[in-house]
Write a protein that binds this ligand. Structure first.
Ligand SMILES: *Cc1c(COP(=O)(O)O)cnc(C)c1O
Length: 371
């Protein structure tokens, strides 16, 4: 198929020219914050396993036990014969953790967000979204057919103005934001947005993918999240009312038409959730370390595990990442379109497994390179 490949090669060249070409590199993980890429071992600050539970012995044990007991895969959609007993156990625990009536586990956070938004909203409805929400929520908006308007990041005055101007022209209205923003690490003003939603008869959905374990209560109609970050496993979920759960079982196409998760994923996420709740000091240590790094960079107090070190252009962010790599430290450069133009950055993430010495190592390397 020469024509297809020619066209694709040309498009790739354009990506390459703007220093935005992406590649897959194989990396071998260890139980601590070390990763081997291309034969070189690095201390890394680039994962989402914030609480260090991905390799916790009890979490790994739960995955092995579930696999041995019931097999590698679930064998079917949850609506057919794939709804193994590990599901209700985890969903009850998630609902309790999120202080909601119910929770529903999806195949991933991507599928939970995109499927839920598409199922709830339709033509004639309005979605108001923070400028920086995750791509999977935007994909749900596109699938839904609802109108989209975006408000400036964490700007409740802008949101209020959009509600005042547009709300009445639409049937239903949904506001979307994140508890802790994935690429900026800051928190949304959840209480203020919730109050606005109530005044303007809008629904409020919060993606808690990076907040689990760090943000205690979320005032919203719908909370979504992932099992793949602080819980170190794989899968996604939506928490809310029992009616919402029943509705999504009947309308969320990403749940209905996709195979249930492997028992190992669900059982290990549940084990991780129990440890997260029993050991709050894990999250506390992450915040302490993130604050140490954040203050060293002149960014003030950390609001979560993610520290954005904004460099600007994509090429400069790649160069900054390369300089750290030369010091034996891996911090991934994040470039557009993942982040807005001219805000390419090093996205530094802290975990419970980083030692204080390793944190100082990072601070020194960042200082030395004068990035
Ligand atoms: C990672 C992420 C998701 C997707 O979750 P997966 O389980 O990895 O599909 C959704 N929202 C945000 C904000 C994320 O960072």
């Amino acid at each position: 198929m020469p024509v297809l490949n020619d066209i694709l090669a040309e498009r790739l060249e354009r990506v390459e020219k703007s220093a935005q070409r992406r590649e897959l590199t194989v990396q071998e993980h260890e139980s601590g914050p070390y990763v081997t890429r291309g034969g070189v071992r690095y201390l890394h600050f680039s994962g989402n396993d914030y609480l260090g539970l991905r390799t916790h012995p009890a979490v790994v044990r739960a995955a092995l036990d579930a696999t041995e007991a019931t097999g590698a895969g679930s064998g079917a959609s949850r609506l057919v014969t794939g709804n193994h007993p590990y599901y209700p156990a985890l969903e009850e625990a998630l609902a309790e953790a999120k202080h909601t009536q119910a929770a529903l586990v999806f195949g991933s956070g991507y599928l939970a967000n995109s499927g839920t938004i598409a199922a709830l909203m339709g033509e004639g409805d309005l979605i108001l979204a923070d400028r920086l929400i995750h791509a999977c929520m935007l994909d749900g908006v596109r699938l839904s057919g609802a109108a989209l308007k975006r408000f400036a990041h964490n700007d409740t005055a802008h949101l209020a103005a959009l509600l005042a101007e547009h709300r009445e022209k639409y049937t239903n209205c949904l506001i979307l934001t994140e508890s802790v923003f994935s690429m900026d690490g800051d928190r949304a003003p959840l209480a203020d947005i919730h109050a606005l939603a109530q005044v303007h008869d809008a629904w409020f959905m919060v993606d808690d993918a990076h907040g689990l374990g760090f943000v205690e209560t979320i005032p919203a109609d719908i909370v979504s999240g992932t099992l793949s970050k602080a819980l170190g496993s794989y899968g996604g979920y939506v928490a809310g009312s029992g009616v919402l759960r029943d509705y999504l079982i009947n309308h969320a196409r990403s749940l209905i038409f996709s195979t249930g998760l492997p028992p190992a994923a669900v059982a290990s996420a549940h084990a991780a959730l129990m440890i997260m709740q029993a050991e709050p000091e894990r999250a506390q240590s992450v915040i302490a370390k993130a604050t140490r790094v954040s203050e060293a960079l002149g960014l003030g107090m950390a609001q979560g595990p993610i520290i954005p070190y904004i460099v600007g252009e994509s090429g400069a962010a790649l160069e900054a990442s390369r300089k750290l790599a030369a010091e034996g430290i891996w911090v991934q450069a994040i470039r557009p379109p993942t982040v807005p133009p001219a805000t390419a950055r090093l996205r530094i993430t802290m975990t419970a497994t980083h030692t204080d010495e390793e944190v100082e190592c990072l601070i020194q390397a960042l200082g030395k390179q004068a990035i």
